[in-house]
Write a protein that binds this ligand. Structure first.
Ligand code: KIV
Ligand code: ZN
Length: 521
């Protein structure tokens, strides 16, 4: 029986989320994210905009093949070419959704589309009908919905449903609306569109005024039954409504919002970390639900209250979103078997023996250097070992001379396509010297867009995780690495980004890549 309070979660992290400047993800990262999202219980995964680029097409195709429960969706504009590409990319999935959109606000119709309202009406008729030839799961969106004349919106929604759209999405494209207004928009559609009961209403809110989650919930309270959102709230400009906030708000305040989702909330933290690692976008410390401090209690009064009764300052438990208390795991005497068991507990049951071997070797070295080895340290080690599996350039040794007075200098040995190469360089700081060494050993021209360091755990002996984002001819890649030595982590993070770039080059411009590769050897 259909549950009228079931909310469909439509995730657009890999489409709208990837539209955030600098958030591009590789195919492998998208596949990894999709697996986590599938497990998380997301109903619909918008995997990309297939016509937008060969990379998007490839990602939507690959994701459509691997999803077990979630339904893949692709976005397209109102052109047959877009819709064909979307269908082509999705068609290997048992069930898929075609999401087609056109602007309906006067501003967009006139200045962006250069179309009259009548032409937009014609376009809806033609393209929703066309999309329905491929599937009965067609979603139609009126871009800039919240700045659209209400009567016109009702007319377009009625038409889209008549042409076969089963989901009608109302985007607050520019994050302009407020909860009371958005609620009214959804209510008006419910009351005025005669065939509205033939479709599910969906909301898609951007966060320009920091209201995306509040607006989405207002839409749900007025009758919307699908929410479009992204993990960590990433997306165009200020982002989209954050999935974790929507889901946990409904779960925590079920007294006021008696809605259900299919999300296994215990996997929220894992999904957040996976997306943050892939995009290189850190999660702000005080971010609701998934921020580092979301469940931290610093003040004495709060800590005292928590010890007496957790409910005093905790409205949901960290465990409910998969945040485990930092736990001391193992010491230097722990064996390989215990290490393997620990990996299983941490969700790495499927990693290869090679990765376990490499990570175990690193764990032994770390346990010698560091007093306490925590779960987070083990996660960083395994992630680092997984990254290295496919590298064609690897760091063999690094010596850095840093401090006051002298120019900072790095001496480095790299393995480049199997050959050992050595170089030394001075730089404006040790990181600059390291990156110059890499450039000398493997000549390349990239722009460094981001370099950031995070401590994995607390204390001066903590491992550092370094993230690096580089850009070459519009292609960006993010590299990551962890080590107790921040400079070693910096070199490895840069190399990881470079290795990913090499894979991208190989796919998109193999001949050009061949020349670059020759220069590097
Ligand atoms: O924000 C928006 O209007 C969109 C649509 C394409 C759904 O992302
Ligand atoms: Zn959007």
């Amino acid at each position: 029986m259909e549950d009228k309070n079931r909310i469909i979660i439509f995730d657009t992290t890999m489409r709208d989320g990837e539209q955030s400047p600098g958030a591009s993800m590789s195919l492998e990262e998208k596949i990894q994210i999709s697996r986590v999202f599938d497990e998380l219980g997301i109903d619909i995964i918008e995997a990309g905009f297939p016509i937008a680029s060969p990379g998007d097409f490839e990602a939507v195709t690959a994701i459509s093949k691997i999803l077990k429960k979630s339904i893949p969706a692709g976005l397209d504009r109102h052109t047959k070419k877009d819709i064909d590409a979307c269908h082509e990319a999705l068609k290997s999935a048992k069930k898929f959704r075609i999401h087609t959109f056109i602007s309906t606000s006067s501003l967009h119709m006139k200045h962006k589309l250069n179309k009259t309202p009548e032409q937009v009406i014609e376009s809806i008729k033609e393209h929703v009908t066309y999309a329905r030839k491929f599937t009965d799961d067609v979603e139609w969106s009126c871009e800039d919905g919240t700045r659209t004349d209400m009567d016109f919106m009702c007319k377009t929604v009625e038409l889209a449903i008549k042409c076969g759209a089963k989901t009608i999405n109302i985007p607050d494209t520019v994050g302009y609306t407020v909860p009371s207004e958005f609620k009214k928009i959804i209510e008006t559609l419910k009351n005025k569109v005669p065939n509205i009961d033939k479709a599910i209403l969906s909301v898609h809110c951007h966060n320009d005024l920091g209201l995306a989650v509040a607006n989405s919930l207002a839409g749900v309270s007025a009758g919307a039954r699908q929410v479009e959102c992204t993990i960590n709230g990433i997306g165009e400009r200020a982002g989209n409504a954050a999935l974790e906030e929507i889901v946990m708000a409904m779960k925590t305040r079920s007294d006021l919002m008696p809605f259900k989702t299919g999300i296994n909330t215990k996997l929220i933290s894992k999904a957040s970390k996976t997306v943050s690692n892939a995009t290189g976008f850190p999660v702000q410390f005080n971010k609701a639900i998934v921020g580092k401090n979301a469940f931290a209690h610093e003040s004495g009064i709060h800590q005292d209250g928590m010890l007496k009764n957790r409910n005093t300052y905790e409205i949901m438990t960290p465990e409910s979103v998969g945040v485990k208390k930092t736990s001391l795991v193992m010491g230097k005497h722990s064996g390989r078997h215990a290490f393997k068991d620990k990996l299983s507990d941490l969700g790495y049951a499927g990693v290869t023996d090679d990765v376990i071997q490499t990570a175990f070797g690193k764990f032994k070295i770390l346990a010698d250097k560091k007093k306490h080895v925590y779960d987070e340290d083990i996660i960083a080690l395994v992630d680092d070992s997984l990254i290295k599996e496919s590298n064609v350039i690897n760091l063999k040794s690094l010596k850095v001379f840093a401090g006051t007075g002298e120019p900072q200098k790095a001496e480095m040995t790299l393995e480049v396509y199997g050959d050992l190469k050595k170089a030394s360089e001075t730089g404006d700081g040790p990181v600059d010297a390291i990156f110059k060494c890499i450039k000398k050993l493997f000549p390349h021209e990239v722009k460094l867009q981001l370099y950031q360091v995070h401590a994995v755990t607390e204390g001066t002996d903590a491992q550092a995780t370094v993230s690096v984002r580089i850009e070459e001819k519009g292609k960006t890649t993010v590299g990551q690495a962890a080590d107790t030595d921040t400079l070693v982590a910096s070199a490895n993070a840069y190399l990881n980004a470079l290795n990913k770039l090499i894979i991208k080059r190989e796919k998109t411009a193999p001949e050009e890549y061949e020349q670059e590769r020759m220069k590097g050897i």
